[in-house]
Design a binder for this molecule. Structure first.
Ligand code: 1GP
Length: 246
């Protein structure tokens, strides 16, 4: 079976848009909600399940990934906030370098710590340039990462940053306003990054409506990631999946 990076690249080449559902690993303490989220994601034909976050308040990470994998017929992709979020139960991991920031720990430090375990587990990595974008208020991601998000109305900065990442060899770009952001990335920024680089483009943070989803896909996003909106309204995933896939 093709790896996750290859699946992203194939989808991009064929113009098929993907929906990723972000599972908060702290849901490990809420078994029913976790099950319902994963089941809804599978029924709605979401394409991938992502597990991870900037801050975990439990030590259940590996168990949550194992449970998600057990419940799901979709690929499970780690979206790690730190080197502690590595699990051999996943199909692959976004190996994220926070290239919009200048925090050496999140550019390369945590990667060094995690690399031996990743190799030992034989886990596929998707080398990804992660760009944090201002979404209208400080988020856990901006606070914990101790980085300045890119101003939302500066698409040129995002495009130059994404291009630098690709020139360094990164295979995927993730534009994110952070979980629970007041607004999503602007379509103009997605368009500018799309124009600058030819790798799969993931967009997340603050996506709450099918209209937003459609606009971001039309602007050039290859995959959208949604978490908070589905926690607040579990049924929304069906409409969102339809909007992304049509
Ligand atoms: C955050 O892109 C994800 O990193 C999802 O954000 O929880 O706001 O949907 P939301």
């Amino acid at each position: 079976m093709a790896g996750v990076l290859e699946q992203l690249e194939r989808a991009k080449s064929s113009g098929r848009k993907l929906l990723g559902v972000l599972i908060d690993p702290d849901l490990g303490g809420h078994a029913e909600q976790l099950e319902r989220t994963v089941q809804n994601a599978c029924m709605a034909k979401a394409d991938l399940l992502l597990v991870g976050g900037s801050l975990m308040t439990t030590d259940l990470f590996d168990g949550v990934v194992a449970r998600v994998k057990q419940l799901s017929d979709r690929p499970v992709l780690l979206f790690p906030g730190s080197a502690t979020q590595v699990s051999g139960h996943a199909d692959a991991m976004l190996f994220l370098s926070l290239i919009s920031g200048r925090n050496a720990e999140l550019l390369i430090g945590q990667h060094v710590v995690a690399a031996p375990a990743i190799r030992a587990l034989g886990l596929e990595t998707v080398p990804t340039g992660y760009l944090l974008v201002d979404g209208g208020r400080p988020t856990t991601a901006s606070y914990i990462s101790q980085t300045h998000p890119i101003p939302h109305d500066k698409p040129g900065i995002a495009a130059a940053t994404a291009l630098a990442g690709v020139l360094l060899g990164l295979r995927c770009i993730y534009l994110d306003t952070g979980s629970g952001a007041l607004r999503s990335v602007d379509a103009a920024m997605v368009q500018a990054v799309r124009k600058a680089v030819d790798v799969p483009l993931i967009v997340g943070g603050g996506i709450r409506t099918r209209e937003q989803a459609q606009t971001l896909c039309e602007a050039g996003a290859d995959m959208l990631v949604v978490g908070t909106a589905f926690e607040e309204d579990p049924e929304l995933i069906f409409a969102m999946s339809e909007a992304v896939h049509r």
